[in-house]
Design a protein around this ligand. Structure first.
Ligand code: GP9
Ligand code: MN
Length: 620
């Protein structure tokens, strides 16, 4: 009992620090999750992460320790105050990449500062308690605990914290597989695990990523990649070269627009009548695939604006936001274009505010720049977003590049009120049935936007590109999509061929309209536009769809197609697309597979070692 009393008496500063930190983090959590906050769900992970933080204090000598605790308390309280003010402005949690990109200190410094409340200083109130303890400690014997006791306390508290925290982190990584590696929704992580864990996961990702960036790349490999990039987009022919020079570019990325809905009817009505109509007036690529990986929507944007593959895990928009790129926006700015991105959601989601600056996008109109007058799906309704974006586009100095990302048709498509009930068929109430309503709504909004561009005379001197960012129906709902397709089952090849998204390019006066069946993907949009707008097409891994002789489409998991065969990497199986039959691997198929892996490796090295910076510097 005596030992226990001494253990308590000797460490009262640590307990008080632990309790005050848990309370501060709970107050912070309450502020970022005001609507459905529950102390119960967040308390355990907060306690677990705070135990880990406090465990090291048991190793410090008591007299020195109180000073260290006061410094640590001041530092952590400062972080929490910064987090709260950053959240008030961005409705997000800052990450290292945000701070590193100077955004925190950039043009928002004054705005974030203006949000500061004097009540924030209450987070420092507990320092007074530690001052008193410090005085108290000065007057009592500073007999220290035995070293063994210190280590035992440290080990016990650290292991308890790690086991508890590991359980909660693992639980979240199972519920949301991509979340912790991509940090695409930092607020969600803080809401589930507490702010200490949110910053801890961010620091872990940064360290892991920095280590991989500092592994050396051989000079030969660097030269091989440079040669590949210089020759990859060379084309024998130059169909449509310069067709868009000086014209505006309007690129529309549509949330979860998957090709199975295009040119289809349910109960005798078209699901996407407007897109079907505009497809007929445009160059329509009906064998066009999404190629996203863990970065979801941001991967799609990354590829269409850079023609570099997504990161093997995580999101390039988060992990490589400070790399140098040869982006579409940057290239068009060199040609005198004004550039802007439009998205009716948080500017920090997917780290867009940081990444767009790096992609040559001068203005990013995000949820703070729109009147959130109607919400459908994940946020601002597509109809209102597109109407308001059109008004902003009309004020832009020509020529301009406008990149719009829609939002309403977002998984799980459960905003029936917002979408309306266009579909009441046998799949009503299933994910596919809900999706049909969602995409029918978005189709209507897109139709009105495109018609308005026409009415305003904008189409006369603009080229419009529209594509879907990724699939709408996940693998685990395959059987529902099979029902919609009217088949009993869907094998790997059929499922792969269903992973197409529509992509069309509209030229003034509906020129070059027709169906183009070249196999392609999101990686090919930039090289295709580079040819149309006569901008340099070095440093791209995709191809120009109007002049390509081969139909290669590579996917992040190593699968690929060349338009005739499809290789399904997870099952290491080759298929003849036309006949559906499986093929034995021969030398030519093997070399295609190796070529795919080489290109993906080149792309990963470009990101890891920031090679474009080197190549661009060399060429200047
Ligand atoms: C969020 C929106 C959706 O801004 O782009 O992203 P997703 O969840 O589809 O990756
Ligand atoms: Mn998306």
């Amino acid at each position: 009992m005596k030992k226990f009393n001494s253990f308590i008496l000797h460490n009262v500063d640590i307990y008080l620090f632990f309790i005050s930190l848990v309370i501060k983090i709970l107050i912070f959590s309450r502020q970022i999750q005001s609507n459905y906050f529950s102390y119960k769900s967040i308390l355990s992970p907060i306690i677990a992460s705070t135990l880990i933080l406090c465990s090291f204090l048991f190793l410090i000598n008591k007299r020195k320790r109180i000073r260290f605790i006061m410094f640590l308390d001041l530092f952590l309280s400062f972080i929490i105050i910064c987090d709260i003010n950053y959240y008030r402005y961005f409705k997000d949690i800052p990450s290292i990449s945000v701070v590193r990109n100077g955004l925190l200190l950039g043009d928002v410094k004054s705005s974030v500062g203006s949000l500061f409340k004097f009540s924030d200083l209450l987070f420092l109130a507990d320092l007074a308690i530690f001052f008193i303890i410090k005085e108290f400690y000065n007057h009592i014997s500073s007999k220290n605990q035995f070293l063994s006791m210190k280590f035992a306390s440290f080990a016990l508290v650290l292991s308890l914290g790690c086991v508890l925290n590991g359980y909660y982190i693992n639980k979240l990584s199972i519920e949301q597989p991509r979340l912790l590696s991509t940090m695409f929704n930092r607020v969600y992580i803080a809401n589930e695990l507490g702010i200490v864990n949110a910053h801890g996961v961010d620091i872990y990702n940064e360290i892991k990523n920095d280590i991989s960036k500092h592994t050396l790349l051989s000079k030969e490999k660097e030269a091989d990649i440079k040669t590949f990039l210089e020759t990859n987009t060379e084309q024998e022919s130059t169909e449509l070269k310069g067709e868009g020079k000086g014209k505006n570019l309007i690129m529309i990325q549509v949330e979860a627009l998957q090709q199975f809905a295009i040119n289809k009817t349910v109960n005798g009505q078209e699901i996407t009548p407007n897109l079907n109509r505009w497809i007929k007036k445009s160059a329509y690529f009906n064998n066009f695939f999404y190629q996203v990986s863990g970065g979801g929507t941001s991967d799609a944007e990354f590829m269409t604006n850079n023609s570099i593959y997504p990161a093997p895990s995580g999101a390039a928009y988060y992990l490589y936001s400070d790399n140098e790129y040869n982006s579409l926006g940057t290239a068009l700015k060199k040609e005198g274009y004004n550039t802007a991105a439009f998205h009716g959601y948080k500017s920090t989601f997917w780290n867009r505010d940081v990444m767009y600056k790096n992609e040559g996008i001068d203005n990013f109109y995000n949820e703070r720049d729109f009147n959130i007058d109607s919400q459908v799906g994940l946020g601002l309704s597509d109809k209102s977003f597109l109407d308001q974006s059109l008004e902003k586009i009309k004020t832009m100095q020509k020529p301009y590049y406008s990149f719009l990302i829609t939002l309403s048709s977002h998984f799980p498509y459960d905003d029936q009120k917002g979408y309306g009930n266009f579909y009441n068929g046998e799949l009503s109430g299933t994910l596919v049935g809900d999706y049909i309503n969602a995409i029918h709504y978005t189709d209507e909004a897109l139709g009105s936007f495109l018609d308005n561009l026409d009415k305003e005379g904008i189409l006369k001197d603009s080229i419009v590109v529209l594509y879907g960012d990724h699939n709408a129906i996940p693998d685990d709902k395959k059987e529902v999509l099979a029902k919609f397709e009217g088949v009993s089952s869907i094998n790997d090849l059929q499922w792969a061929m269903l992973q197409k998204v529509p992509m069309f390019i509209h030229f003034p006066d509906d020129k070059h309209s027709g169906i183009y069946d070249t196999f392609g993907g999101e990686m090919d949009i930039y090289p295709t536009l580079a040819n149309i707008f006569s901008i340099e097409s070095k440093n791209m891994l995709g191809k120009d769809l109007f002049n390509a002789t081969k139909g290669n489409v590579l996917f992040r998991n190593g699968s690929f197609t060349d338009g005739n065969i499809y290789y399904h990497a997870p099952s290491n199986t080759y298929y003849n697309i036309a006949s559906g039959e499986k093929l034995a691997e021969d030398e030519s198929l093997k070399s295609k597979k190796e070529d795919t892996l080489t290109q993906l490796e080149y792309s990963d090295d470009i990101l890891k070692h920031n090679l474009l910076k080197k190549y661009i510097d060399d060429s200047n």
